[in-house]
Structure formats: C-alpha cells, structure tokens
Design a binder for this molecule. Structure first.
Ligand code: AP5
Ligand code: MG
Length: 209
C-alpha cells in the first residue's frame, strides 16, 4: 500500500511528476484541481460552486473538497494506494485526511517563486487528458494542439498574472504551514524541484527509495 502526498506551490511541477510516478507505481493520480476543473467543465452543482473560487486563485471551501475526495478514495482503484496532488492544502484538510487515511510519505517540492510565475504563465493544458505543456520548455508538436489526442489546448483562467499572485499568497499563508505539520510527524521528504522534469524525476525516485 502506497499513500503519497505531493506538496508544493502552484507551478512546482506536482502534476507533471505525479502523472509519471503514479503510472510507474500503478496507483491513481488524484489531483483535486483536475477533479474540480472536470466538475466546472461538466457544469455540475459542485463545479458551479467551485468555479469562482478557482478562477480568482482562492481555495474552494473545505467541506466541498473533502466530499469529492472521500468519494474518489472510495472507488476500487484507490484501495491499493494513491498519489494525492493538491490535497491537503491547509491544516483543516490535513487533520480531516488523518482521520480516514494513514499517509506514508509527503514529498515537498522546493523551488524559488520567480520560476513559478514563468512556468504558470507559459503553461497550456489539454482539457481532455490533462497533459501539461509549456510554451518555453515543453511546447506541443503542433501549435495549440495536444500531442496525444489533438484536442485544443487551453490557458487555465487561474494562470493569468492576477490569480497567479493570489495563488502564491494563498500557498504561503495556508499551505506552507503543512511543511512543519508533516515534518514533525517524520513524513516530509523535501526535493529540489528546479531543473528539467527528467532531473526532478531522478531526485524523486532517489527520495522515495
Ligand atoms: P491545482 O490544480 O492543484 O493547482 P496548483 O496547486 O496551483 O498547482 P498547479 O497545477 O498550477 O501546478 P503543478 O505543481 O501541478 O505544476 P505542473 O506540473 O502543472 O489547483 C487549482 C485550484 O483548484 C486551486 O487554486 C483551488 O482553487 C482549487 N483546489 C485544488 N485543490 C484544492 C484543495 N485541496 N482545497 C481547496 N481548493 C483546491 O507544471 C507547471 C508548468 O511548468 C507546466 O507548464 C509544466 O509543463 C512546467 N514544468 C513542470 N515541471 C517543469 C520543470 N522541471 N522544468 C520546466 N518546466 C516544468
Ligand atoms: Mg497541477
């Protein structure tokens, strides 16, 4: 059983690394951000409630996120473990998670904030398969189209400069306190998240043994 949490600021590369690692370990990659964006796109009541918070760069209310996460963790594919990307995001969520799951490892992605802005503003995402591209470091083969399925790539509304600034502030104020929370429980593994995705993947493997 492997229950891993990826913790790190917006744009640190959590989604990029989570997709690879989850595939290698044969466990689901559970990104609360991806689940919420799918709910927004499907215009479900939950998505409609989450949309404004997300576009502005703030957190979606805890009760709503906890509800979707618990439903997702109840599915059979999560019984053998999972990789949580973007959850928990504050101390209340970490406390709630501890009530129903024993986490094995929390990987903290360490990266200077100047690099984050550049990565986020240049990110484009496939709304169908969630693959992330970067106009500077990982452009799609055909401009504006996903390499995997040809879908038109989108610029996330919260990747505009205003919401990016809010997300970085929310991370510093609400999510960064989780570093101490997990360090004090001997679960935290910091990794250097600068360099190429391949270099980060090598560090991640080493860190997780
Ligand atoms: P979420 O989707 O979780 O966004 P985030 O945490 O802000 O993180 P990102 O997805 O922006 O970055 P990432 O670390 O995954 O980086 P990526 O690999 O894509 O959350 C969005 C919103 O949903 C929140 O603001 C909130 O409103 C809501 N939400 C979600 N979870 C919630 C929760 N638990 N509670 C409440 N609200 C919640 O990489 C970024 C870019 O950099 C890409 O272009 C990529 O190609 C590139 N890149 C990646 N690695 C490298 C590298 N090594 N070198 C160069 N470029 C790289
Ligand atoms: Mg992500």
């Amino acid at each position: 059983m492997r229950r891993i949490v990826f913790l790190g600021p917006p744009g640190a590369g959590k989604g990029t690394q989570a997709e690879r690692l989850a595939h290698e370990l044969g466990i689901p990659h559970l990104s609360t951000g991806d689940i919420l964006r799918a709910a927004v796109a499907a215009r479900t009541p939950l998505g409609i409630e989450a949309e404004g918070h997300m576009a502005a760069g703030g957190l979606v209310p805890d009760d709503l996120v906890l509800r979707i996460l618990r439903e997702r963790l109840d599915r059979p594919d999560a019984r053998a473990g999972y990789l949580l990307d973007g959850f928990p995001r504050n101390l209340a969520q970490a406390g709630a998670l501890a009530q129903f799951a024993a986490i094995d490892r929390v990987v903290s992605f360490e990266i200077p904030s100047e690099l984050l802005r550049e990565r986020l503003v240049n990110r484009r995402v496939c709304p169908k398969c969630q693959t992330a591209y970067n106009l500077l470091t990982k452009p799609p083969k055909t401009s504006g189209k996903c390499d995997r399925d040809g879908t038109d790539l989108v610029h996330r509304p919260d990747d505009q400069p205003g919401p990016v600034a809010t997300r970085l502030k929310v991370y510093a104020e609400q999510t960064a306190p989780l570093l101490d929370y997990y360090r004090s429980r001997s679960l935290l593994i910091p990794i250097d998240a600068t360099g190429t995705p391949e270099e980060v993947a090598v560090r991640l493997h080493r860190a997780l043994g």
